[in-house]
Design a protein around this ligand. Structure first.
Ligand code: PEP
Ligand code: MG
Length: 537
């Protein structure tokens, strides 16, 4: 039995097997093979297993994200049977007496280079698919399990660090908790743990041989217990039961209104990162979606999501919310949310760099594809849009011009769309200071307190050494929130909070006094905040 201290980024208790996250950077070695016929058999068997995995993934994706998004797994199955690809691998094994892993890796490099050099966007995009199917084959040949997490039993994910692009790829139904050596309280991986309503610890110096061991993640005390004895297990099983009891009590608030004792009504919405989070919003009775972090659709993949893929995702969320408000935040990529295919240079200060609306305004093609998808989806529900990282009036004006171009294009193609409320995120001190001017231009403000704290206090939200002074309760932040609400209201612009502070019930009363109209919180916090709102004057 051993205990290691860390820092909790989300409460709760998890008990299960530790599973060390493999970054997948294992190298392939060239080996001499005498029995090439047997090696070809080994390759053929791996190919069948890979196809079986893809078939299962197709079926899972079909249920979770729809036909259009699932199709890629069918395409990958077909690619695995491509004659040229298969012959290149088997010929190499036969003629050069090399192992299957090596033949697959070399063929993958050759084919993907060939596709990447082609003068056609569609064919160039196939380079990533070749790499993807080849990595799958190599993993099978090396005996690694599909989807990273082995077996069907959910596990505690242990990692050095986890980037948002890595967390989005994990099969969420198999994750009991996150434990990382690095990372910060305000990172997007921490936010994801909150969305998933599972405990998470950071800064845990876990032992190297932890893989497969039984562990307890104590999200309240900030401790990881390795190979606990029965007494400790009993203690934590009891805490889990008590948690379940409290959750059951909160569930009684389902269907109740979000209204204070004096009759002030608050819009209590939810933050999501993808289509599958809607289940949790509905389960916790959210009245709408106040922040759909659309950039998660761009992460953990090898190329831009197409207009059609995005349209299907937004439409699915809008339809499932059945007329309730769905606020889609346009692409907020950059800083810790990175995707290689954007091809960005490394930056000294990525949080203050080329990110979010800055990218969209400099690369309007990316922006327009997303706007078209959102507008098309608006025909199927109650969609609003908001734009991240705004610092100036000219940005808002440029956005409006592009939105008008997109609407004109859709009109000329006779594609229907709905009334789409326009909002901006207030997450820079600049936006707060000119909120009186900006309020004249938009329908609503949504205050992003995570970034607003970062930029107001000049504290990198990703830096674990500064977690203790990253203080969202700082008077400067609270004054900024108050100023934004006042300036918004003078121009009939409603104001919400979608940063993590929105779920902080120690401030709910103060926000209501300031006049807040909406709070958008992680789905698992909805009922806790409802409870608080109903107790406020
Ligand atoms: C914020 O900054 O408060 C916010 C909601 O956006 P994100 O956390 O995705 O940067
Ligand atoms: Mg932000």
């Amino acid at each position: 039995m051993e205990a290691v201290r860390g820092k909790s980024v989300y409460g709760g208790v998890a008990i299960g097997r530790a599973w060390v996250y493999d970054k997948g950077d294992s190298t392939v070695k060239r080996q001499h093979i005498n029995d090439t016929a047997k090696e070809i058999e080994r390759f053929e068997a791996a190919k069948e297993t890979a196809k079986e995995q893809l078939k299962n993934l197709y079926e899972k994706a079909l249920k979770e994200v729809g036909e259009v998004n699932a199709q890629i797994f069918e395409v990958h199955q077909m690619m695995l049977d491509d004659m040229d690809y298969v012959e290149s691998i088997t010929h190499m094994i036969e003629n050069q007496n090399v192992n299957a892993e090596y033949s697959v890796a070399v063929t993958s490099d050759n084919f993907s280079e060939m596709f990447a050099a082609m003068d056609d966007d569609y064919m160039r995009a196939r380079a990533a698919d070749i790499k993807d199917i080849s990595n799958r084959l190599i993993n099978v040949l090396q005996g690694k399990e599909d989807g990273g997490i082995s077996g069907n039993e959910p596990v505690v994910i242990i990692a050095d660090d986890l980037a948002p692009s890595e967390t989005v790829q994990l099969d969420k139904s198999k994750v009991l908790a996150f434990v990382t050596r690095h990372g910060s309280t305000n990172s997007h991986t921490a936010i994801l743990a909150r969305t998933m309503n599972i405990p998470a610890l950071i800064g845990v110096d876990y032992p190297e041989d932890i893989d497969g061991k039984n562990v307890i993640v104590d999200g309240y005390g900030g401790e990881l217990h390795i190979e606990p004895d029965e007494i400790l297990l009993d203690k934590f099983r009891q805490i889990k039961e008590e948690d379940a009891g409290k959750q059951k009590l909160l569930m009684e608030l389902k269907g109740k209104e979000d209204v204070t004792k004096s009759g002030k009504r608050i819009k209590l919405y939810a933050n999501i990162g993808g289509v599958s989070d809607v289940v949790s919003v509905l389960k916790n009775d959210g009245s709408g979606i106040g922040l759909f972090r659309s950039e998660f659709l761009y992460l953990g993949r090898d190329n831009y999501p197409t207009e059609e893929e995005q349209f299907q995702a937004y439409k699915s969320v809008a339809e499932n919310m059945a007329g309730k408000k769905v606020i889609i935040r346009t692409l907020d990529i950059g800083a810790d949310k990175k995707a290689d295919y954007f091809g960005f240079d490394a930056e000294e200060n990525p949080a203050m760099g080329y990110r979010a609306i800055r990218i969209c305004l400099k690369q309007p093609d990316i922006f327009k594809t997303q706007l078209r998808a959102i507008y098309r989806a608006s025909h199927y529900g109650n969609i609003a849009i908001m734009y991240p990282m705004i610092i100036s009036l000219s940005e808002v004006k440029k956005i409006r011009e592009i939105v008008n171009e997109v609407k004109a294009e859709l009109d000329s193609q006779q594609i229907p769309y709905g009334e789409v409320e326009q909002g901006i995120m207030i997450e820079t001190p600049a936006a707060v200071m000119i909120s009186d001017i900006l309020a004249k231009e938009v329908d609503f403000f949504s205050i992003g307190t995570n970034d607003l704290t970062q930029y107001t206090l000049a504290i990198d939200r990703q830096n674990p050494h500064l977690d203790d002074i990253y203080d969202s309760h700082h008077e400067a932040v609270l004054r900024m929130i108050k100023m934004t609400i006042e300036n918004g209201h003078k121009e009939n612009c409603w104001v919400g909070i979608c940063g993590e502070l929105g779920a902080d019930t120690s401030l709910t009363e103060e926000f209501i006094k300031m006049g807040i109209d909406e709070l958008s919180v992680t789905p698992s916090a909805i009922l806790k905040v409802r409870d608080k709102i109903r107790k406020c004057e």
